[in-house]
Design a protein around this ligand. Sequence first.
Ligand code: FMN
Length: 152
Amino acid sequence: MNIHFLYGTETSTAEILCEDIEADLGDGFDTTVTSIGDIDPSDLDGETFYFVVTSTYGNGDLPMAAQPFFDKLDANKPDLTHVKFAIFGLGDMVFSETFAFGSKILMEKLVECGAKMVGERGIHDASSPDLPEDVAVPWAQEIMGLAKAQAA
Ligand SMILES: Cc1cc2nc3c(=O)[nH]c(=O)nc-3n(C[C@H](O)[C@H](O)[C@H](O)COP(=O)(O)O)c2cc1C
């Protein structure tokens, strides 16, 4: 299975988390980790499973580098019915009105374009005592179980 991790980050937490999940998956997968800012929606293919990990900034917005990808989805509404993804959001409950909204708006936009979401959106709260990887790695293991079952 090809797995492509796409991160949206300002201070690297989402990128490191992608690498943590990638390391936990072990062998047997063809994996890539890139910034959401480095891809175009037309690059998304049906042979790959996408793990999206993004934080939230501003007024519930995506990190700056991830914004153009979202804007292209919003403006062009590309047909993504061939795309399978899961999404994990980083946020901080200090911002209770916009908690983890970056991942929420991106999730909603991908689904609106027809992409198939596997599992529930995972979330980490930076104000909680939990480390991001202690939440995200078990979440990703569950997602992989679902994705494999659906592919079988
Ligand atoms: C200036 C600033 C604005 C933020 N705005 C929000 C927000 O609106 N909602 C939220 O849930 N988290 C918000 N956060 C928290 C970050 O999303 C959180 O710390 C996240 O773990 C950072 O991940 P990153 O290092 O991948 O960018 C904000 C953080 C900063 C520094």
